[in-house]
Design a protein around this ligand. Structure first.
Ligand code: NAD
Length: 436
């Protein structure tokens, strides 16, 4: 498949518009460098490229919260809508102490390319609050979430911008957002968020969708590389929504998980970690690092543990120029968004590691979010089999589109995946004109 467009004009001498608000963020710089790399290989209108290098809309809000001890604490929240061209904007809401505007803007841009690649009728968005949710009581978390929702009310809506869980947020967070929004408009509006509890109109399988999509990609890559799952091993960084499901799904397919880590520590057992037992251990409120069926290791060793498949499923920029050459894996499956810096990317391109880039690898989450949104709007629920089958179909279609383009044009898997996503958004922008 050629990445060209009848509408396109080849002007990529000035790919990225400098912007003092976002440019200080290393994550935003990373997203812009990736866009620049795509502009090198596809024909793309210069004006469209400039528009796509910045978010369409960004809002910063202060969120005063009454804490349990009576104090008032003020948190900073962000919602960034990168593109409003393709439909409502769509993207997660993240609670993490290091969240800032540039990071959220980068994540919103990646969402646009991901929705483009998966052919979903959404633009990209992302939100975040600079907070460590582990330090909040449930009541504080609820008041924070409800107040944030009030603050961004004017820019969200089922046809405007739809949130979903991300790092540090979950189904309960979405339930509070749905309730706050519904109370404002006067009737229940499940389609305002995705990733809600099933009893509030959430989609069966949404919680597992990202991890399942990652697993489909890994199994497909193994086929290409003639690897038999039963003879392979995996290392997973992060044991939250994405990481824990990846571990469970890989284990189900006979892949031995030899090391896992989270923010509190990492563990290893070269004979294979019993994932069902680890899941129970964590669900009972214990720390992953205290799991008796494995030995603790220093966190930096986790990513360097020899394995067939390495899955970063936690934070951005964990694979960088200082550790990229030391990775000992055959497949790198990016469950997290932006786990590999551009410098590391270049090093990995020559390493023979089969890369499954984030915009493809973790796209199962937004894909099933799309299914959830469609079901809520139609008020017609699908079965679990329908959802899983459609997810698998869309993931495999995207995987093979990216793989074919990468092979045909001798591109890295990342550049191929981004090219397809960027091209889709660019075509829509050209057709529509300067609005939105
Ligand atoms: P989560 O909050 O459920 O889990 C995050 C995990 O990362 C936790 O186990 C946490 O302990 C671990 N972690 C945090 N800091 C760490 C550190 N310094 N070192 C090692 N581990 C650390 O979040 P999630 O929803 O699983 O999201 C993880 C990543 O996947 C993020 O990059 C997110 O943007 C991406 N993602 C999530 C979804 C989704 O549907 N939830 C979809 C697409 C992409």
């Amino acid at each position: 498949m050629a990445v060209t467009s009848a509408l396109a004009i080849n002007h990529h001498d000035y790919p990225h518009t400098p912007n003092p608000v976002f440019d200080n963020s290393p994550t935003f710089q990373m997203a812009c460098r990736q866009l620049d790399a795509v502009a090198e290989v596809i024909d793309i209108d210069r004006g469209v490229l400039q528009r796509m290098s910045l978010p369409k809309r960004a809002i910063v809000v202060s969120i005063p919260v009454r804490m349990d001890d009576g104090r008032t604490e003020v948190f900073t929240g962000y919602r960034v809508q990168h593109s409003l061209t393709s439909g409502p904007s769509k993207g997660g809401l993240r609670y993490h102490p290091s969240v800032d505007l540039g990071e959220v803007a980068a994540l919103a841009m990646w969402m646009s390319w991901k929705c483009g690649l998966m052919n979903l009728p959404f633009g990209g968005a992302k939100g975040g609050i600079g907070v460590d949710p582990a330090q909040l009581s449930r009541g504080e978390n609820e008041r924070l979430t409800r107040r944030f929702t009030e603050e961004v009310l004017s820019v969200i809506g089922p046809r405007m911008d739809v949130m979903a869980p991300d790092l540090g947020t979950d189904e309960q967070t979405m339930a509070w957002i749905m309730d706050t929004y519904s109370m404002k408009i006067g009737y229940a509006c499940p389609e305002i968020v995705t990733g809600k509890p099933v009893e509030l109109g959430g989609c069966i399988g949404r919680r597992e969708a990202t991890g399942r999509g990652v697993t489909y990609c890994i199994l497909e890559a193994m086929k290409e590389l003639n690897l038999r799952p039963a003879e392979t091993t995996a290392v997973v960084q992060g044991f939250g929504n994405v990481g824990s499901v990846v571990c469970q799904e890989l284990a189900k397919n006979g892949i031995k998980i030899v090391a896992v880590g989270d923010r509190y520590g990492s563990i290893r057992n070269l004979k294979g970690i019993d994932i069902a037992a680890l899941t129970r251990h964590v669900a009972e409120g214990n720390l992953l690092k205290d799991f008796p069926g494995a030995e603790p290791i220093a966190p930096p060793e986790l990513l360097l543990t020899p394995c067939t498949v390495l899955v970063p499923a936690a934070l951005e920029r964990v694979i960088h120029k200082d550790n990229a050459k030391k990775l000992r894996c055959r497949i790198l499956a990016e469950g997290a968004n932006g786990p590999t810096t551009p410098e590391a990317d270049e090093m990995l391109n020559d390493s023979g590691i089969f890369m499954i880039p984030d915009v493809l690898c973790n796209a199962g989450g937004v894909t099933v979010s799309y299914f959830e949104w469609v079901q809520d709007i139609q008020q017609f629920l699908w079965t679990e089999e329908e959802i899983n089958q459609r997810l698998r179909e869309l993931m495999l279609r995207a995987f093979h589109q990216v793989r074919s383009l990468a092979c045909e044009r001798h591109l890295s898997m990342r550049t191929a995946a981004l090219s397809l996503g960027v091209q889709k958004v660019a075509k829509e922008k050209l057709r529509r004109g300067l609005y939105p």
